[in-house]
Design a protein around this ligand. Sequence first.
Ligand code: NAG
Ligand code: NAG
Ligand code: NAG
Ligand code: NAG
Length: 344
Amino acid sequence: MQKFFAGLGLLTMIGLTGSVQAREACTYEPTVLVHGGAGDVSDAAIPNKKLGVKLAARKGFEILRYTGSVLDAVEAAVNSLEADPNFNAGYGSVLNWDGEVEMDAAIMNGADLSAGCVSLARDIINPISLARRIMESTKHRYIAGPGAMRIAEQEGFNLLPPGALITEAAIKALQDYKNSLNATQTQKGVVYGSPGTVGAVAIDACGNVAAATSTGGLTGKLPGRIGDSPILGGGTYADNESGAVSATGHGETIMRYNVVARMLALVEHGNYTAQEAAVQVLEQMTQRFNETAGIIAVDYRGQLGIYFTSNRMSWAYQRGNQVHFGVDAGEDEIEFGEPRTTDN
Ligand SMILES: *[C@@H]1O[C@H](CO)[C@@H](O)[C@H](O)[C@H]1NC(C)=O
Ligand SMILES: *[C@@H]1O[C@H](CO)[C@@H](O)[C@H](O)[C@H]1NC(C)=O
Ligand SMILES: *[C@@H]1O[C@H](CO)[C@@H](O)[C@H](O)[C@H]1NC(C)=O
Ligand SMILES: *[C@@H]1O[C@H](CO)[C@@H](O)[C@H](O)[C@H]1NC(C)=O
């Protein structure tokens, strides 16, 4: 486990990995970076959003240390946010027009480009884990609706009673949305319900990356609507040779602009850093479509990208024993991680 800590030095790394190849390659700083959705986060919602993303980054990082797997890390980080009603994923997902929860998720492994995607998942708290089961136990990459729920059943997922994922806040958001349609002046760009698609990216000491995104979608969406989150190259992608990205924001725009694929193309072929690529693609998207989005990314050099054209986006990452987080543009608060006593 210690091999993940640059502070412990190269000698420890060599000792634990025991291969010449690893000795040369495993010099990255392991990092888990999460987001909790881009959009108009209200002032009142900020404290809970910050708590949620910090906890998720810590949980993901802890799993990265113990299992050494970036896939385990992004899954654990997203699971934490799916269980938190302050985010639009798992418990707390927004409602479609019929008042039901239909969730989308995708997970991808940058080492071999294995991936699993699910849409229209219902009555499970962890759609990202179902996406991972689809990746690992089927020969398909993307399964939706009843077929996906059959896999959840076969794989022993806890199938909750209908309605168990619905919160009061989600019911109110749908009501507000429906009321707004009858108002004489409709407001463009207003999103009902707190923004809260969730995602995570991670990199290990050897430069392996992974990405995961999970969402309840859009309040009042038509039943069957699928956004960008589960679409590889739309809202989620990971490739060791370029980087890992999770997007959030206006799904209909993100998917048709291939936001994540465009970003990684700039990283791989244009020598952009994750941050430079994020700024360029999101600014272009927002200028062209007048819709906003946010991304988190880690590139193959281990550099992080955090950017949004929306008013706000909650995010956090742990690297070493520091947890960085923020929600407003330019904000970067720092806390120290829990002191570790179980490294050995
Ligand atoms: C909106 O107006 C329609 C038609 O006038 C009506 O049927 C519907 O109940 C109204 N919705 C709300 C939420 O008031
Ligand atoms: C862009 O959208 C905002 C609302 O999100 C609106 O106020 C503004 O007028 C729009 N601008 C253009 C050029 O359509
Ligand atoms: C993933 O990328 C890292 C860094 O480039 C490399 O060392 C590692 O071998 C890659 N893993 C695979 C399975 O290609
Ligand atoms: C890539 O960009 C970095 C700065 O980010 C620069 O130092 C390096 O020389 C560039 N490499 C190439 C091949 O342009």
